[in-house]
Design a binder for this molecule. Structure first.
Ligand code: TXA
Ligand code: MG
Length: 355
């Protein structure tokens, strides 16, 4: 299949033609990748079963992993959900449009192929103007997972989408103002107590300010127990994975640097190519083939923004092994650590204990 790659630029007139064409593809049951404020999405008409099925085929995604339905107007929530609690409404008012996805009991009109057979539906109203305009012009709701091949890091730049999906989808809308860099926070509002199923840029503390008590899916806390079954089906798959073997290294800054340098030296000695995922503060202290800084240790939001591009750079550099520093699990740091732990397949080395 030929994939059209269209840039969203400054000219209103040209943009109008691009959106019209993209919306036409969505209405005709095709696939369009588009930027959002979190990561690029791979969109199809959410009310069209056959179109949704194409998403699974293009990504190589397991069919029990449900899709998020994207809307452009808050009131569309009522078309997709059979029950909207007062808490859900308050969240929508506070955080939409923005990087928050809510799980609600689904309305009959939402196909089970979109919800992975579940009686609940995930709904998000993105704030990125290109996403909002595409949804509006399509005059439907857009089901969209992240626009990567299943198992690969989510795309934060058009080049990532092109690498994974060119030739497999109809169109890619290009606008690299994808500022957050990690996927939306998912909160389950279908049960008695709200529960975070995937941490993101909107933090537990922010949700608690609106809702009172918010739980976190216990499976997410058990970082080291791969067998814990998370409530969001997609969270159980090996995800966000670079091609190389990756390990996180915990401990004091000095111990971490020392441990990583010793491990890297040993690997390089036997001919392996080693990457280190460092911070701006520590990057100069490492001796490895490829050293990349995620950002400042003090700024988890910056790390979130760079994370997936850095993982993909390690792939491009064809390293065999990646050692990564960890972040404090506070605020956005919790979301960064959730992605890092998955990327590392739960391998964590505690420096000072084990070399
Ligand atoms: O920021 C985002 O959320 C991006 C952009 C494109 O909007 N989308 C995204 O979609 O990350 P995806 O498909 O990569 O991740 C959706 C997650 C999966 O883990 C899936 O299992 C979960 O949402 N999910 C969807 N519907 C669900 C439901 N009804 N109940 C529980 N989890 C659900
Ligand atoms: Mg994804």
């Amino acid at each position: 299949m030929e994939t059209q790659i269209c840039c969203i630029g400054d000219s209103q007139e040209e943009n109008q033609a691009v959106y019209r064409q993209a919306a036409g593809i969505i209405r005709a049951g095709g696939l369009v990748a588009f930027p959002t404020e979190t990561v690029y999405g791979l969109g199809a008409n959410a009310l069209d079963e056959a179109a949704a099925a194409k998403i699974y085929a293009a990504k190589g995604r397991p069919s029990d992993n449900p899709l998020i339905v994207h809307i452009a107007r808050q009131e569309d929530l009522y078309a997709l959900a059979s029950e909207v609690s007062e808490g859900a409404l308050r969240l929508a008012e506070k955080f939409w449009p923005g990087p928050l996805t809510m799980i609600l009991k689904k309305a009959a009109s939402v196909p089970l192929s979109v919800t992975g057979g579940l009686q609940t539906v995930a709904v998000r109203m993105p704030s990125h103007p290109a996403a909002a305009r595409l949804i509006r012009e399509s005059q439907t709701y857009i089901a969209a997972p992240s626009a990567n091949l299943s198992g690969k890091p989510s795309p934060t730049r058009a080049e990532h989408v092109i690498k994974d999906l060119k030739g497999r989808i109809d169109m890619i809308l290009v606008d690299d103002t994808v500022d957050i860099g990690i996927e939306s926070t998912i909160v389950d509002m279908s049960a008695e107590t709200p529960m975070i199923l995937r941490p993101g840029f909107i933090t537990k503390e922010q949700l608690e300010c609106v809702l009172g008590t918010v739980q976190t899916d216990p499976a997410l806390e058990k970082d080291l127990e791969e067998k814990a079954v998370p409530k969001a089906p997609g969270m159980k798959y090996k995800h966000y994975a670079p091609a190389a073997d990756m390990a996180l290294v915990e401990g004091t800054q000095e111990d971490v640097i020392c441990t990583i340098n010793a491990l890297a030296k040993e690997e390089m000695r036997v001919g392996k190519r080693v990457g280190v995922m460092a911070s701006t503060e520590t990057a100069a202290a490492y001796h490895a083939d490829v050293v990349l800084a995620l950002g400042s240790k003090k700024d988890a939001a910056q790390a979130a923004k760079n994370l997936y591009a850095v993982l993909r750079t390690f792939d491009k550099e064809a390293v065999d092994k990646i050692y990564a520093e960890v972040f404090e699990k506070e605020n956005v740091g919790a979301a960064v650590m959730n992605r890092l732990i998955k990327a590392a397949g739960h391998t964590i080395i505690r420096s000072g204990e084990k070399k």
